[in-house]
Write a protein that binds this ligand. Structure first.
Ligand SMILES: Cc1cc2nc3c(=O)[nH]c(=O)nc-3n(C[C@H](O)[C@H](O)[C@H](O)COP(=O)(O)O)c2cc1C
Length: 225
């Protein structure tokens, strides 16, 4: 859609005309083309999007051909935002609240909001005002919740694999997680076997309680008949 802008604008107009909820839109940076700079082309597009009346525009500060591991271009934010009235959500390469502070104090000072994607997957406590928790702490709490709510084991393992351990420990620790085949093994790796046993015991007791209640209800029904 970045290269099919008439279609993009038609979609936004349709959404704006038919929805009562706020509509927002997110773009990447446009390459220079036809003697026009990236700044000119991106700004033109942003202004066209703004004119549709969207509530906010997200800017992911990479070009379409750039891969996630390539650094984002934080320097573009304020020079684009100063030309707009619509609230802008700045996105790209913000991993921690420290990064956010650096961006706010430099080239992202005019942004209304900020968006964190991979940073939140890597360590969701990146939003925590009191300071980030270690990946090990986040993983442990996550596994406890997964056990408590009986999440299918593969889902839990997949999510753990998206979380990032400090580089020096990452390979070994991720290998250990990969090797786990059950909550039993995972609980052992994270030293929360007691927690697992406690949840399983309470679940069994609850199941028995429900079973007994059902038996009692059946008996009452039979007596009534
Ligand atoms: C798992 C995942 C799913 C994503 N899905 C979308 C999506 O549906 N739409 C979108 O515009 N961007 C999507 N993105 C891109 C992010 O919104 C974001 O622009 C990009 O990851 C750069 O931000 P970051 O440096 O904070 O990760 C996704 C990214 C990840 C990691």
């Amino acid at each position: 859609l970045l290269e099919n802008q008439d279609v993009l604008i038609a979609i936004l107009e349709k959404l704006k005309g038919n929805l009562s909820i706020p509509v927002s839109c997110k773009i990447r940076l446009l390459d220079p083309k036809d003697n026009r700079t990236s700044h000119e082309r991106t700004l033109d597009l942003l202004k066209r999007i703004e004119s549709t009346g969207v509530s906010a525009i997200g800017i992911h500060c990479r070009f379409t051909h750039e891969r996630p591991r390539q650094p984002g271009h934080w320097e573009v934010f304020d020079e684009l935002i100063q030309e707009l009235r619509v609230p802008v959500i700045a996105n790209g390469d913000i991993w921690t609240l420290k990064d956010l502070g650096r961006l706010k104090n430099t080239t992202g000072s005019l942004a209304t909001a900020f968006m964190i994607a991979r940073g939140a997957q890597a360590n969701v406590s990146c939003f925590r005002k009191e300071g980030q928790l270690t990946c090990h702490e986040v993983m442990t709490e996550y596994i406890k919740l997964a056990i408590l709510y009986d999440m299918p084991y593969p889902n839990c393992k997949y999510t753990l694999m998206q979380m990032a351990y400090p580089e020096e420990e990452r390979i070994d620790f991720q290998k250990n997680i990969v090797a786990c085949r059950s909550y039993d093994q995972l609980a052992e790796l994270f030293a929360i076997q007691d927690y697992l046993q406690d949840v399983l015991k309470k679940r069994k007791e609850k199941a028995e309680e429900i079973d007994n209640q059902e038996q009692a209800t059946k008996k009452i029904r039979l007596e009534v008949i």
